[in-house]
Design a protein around this ligand. Structure first.
Ligand code: AR6
Length: 171
């Protein structure tokens, strides 16, 4: 398994699964959630309506519809400040873990993550990046043989975020 860092719009990726930074309703919102729903088309919202929302720290999977990606994995990150820093960290870790598990259950070979919780939900970016990378590395240390995933892409949306990811990856 390799971890790649790419600066792009996540909706352009032609891969097995892209992760959405959603909210508990799974019925859309702003940020990357809005971009994903707009690019996937109205059928995505129809499927999301059948899912009865999603707990913070959990994830649910749908088809990708008009997206080049086959699946969308919707995860709900913590709103920073609503939890103790340690609880927030554990919930963010759980978002990455549950998303990887769902990708594996659906035999995905590739998965791309946006920086979950670091926009509207205000999780400090550097710590969020460290949590993301550690959780992904630990997951593959435990599941390298059983996992179908051979590529994890960390998607940044500006140069600062890209350089942060690159430095933590090297670190
Ligand atoms: N491709 C990749 N990354 C993107 C894109 C894109 N097209 N657009 C934004 N980002 P946010 P959150 C990055 O706020 O903090 C929504 O309203 C962005 O730069 O989208 O988890 C939901 O419905 C940032 O680094 O998600 C929830 O209510 C990252 O995506 C709430 O926001 C996440 O920012 C979730 O907040």
């Amino acid at each position: 398994m390799t971890i790649k860092s790419i600066q792009t719009d996540i909706t352009t990726l032609q891969i097995d699964a892209i992760v959405n930074a959603a909210n508990n309703t799974l019925l859309g919102g702003g940020g990357v959630d809005d971009v994903i729903h707009s690019a996937a088309g109205p059928e995505l919202l129809e499927e999301c309506r059948t899912l009865n929302g999603c707990e913070t720290g959990d994830a649910k999977i749908t088809k990708g519809y008009d997206l080049p990606a086959k699946y969308v994995i919707h995860t709900v990150g913590p709103i920073y400040g609503q939890y103790s820093p340690n609880e927030a960290k554990n919930l963010l870790e759980s978002c990455y873990l549950r998303s990887l598990q769902l990708a594996d259950e659906n035999k995905c070979k590739s998965i791309a993550f946006p920086a979950v919780s670091t926009g509207v939900y205000m999780f400090p970016k550097e710590e969020a990046t460290r949590v993301a990378i550690k959780t992904i590395r630990d997951y593959f240390q435990d599941n390298e043989i059983a996992s179908t995933i051979d590529e994890v892409i960390l998607v940044s949306f500006n140069e600062y975020d890209k350089s942060l990811i690159d430095s933590v990856l090297k670190g």
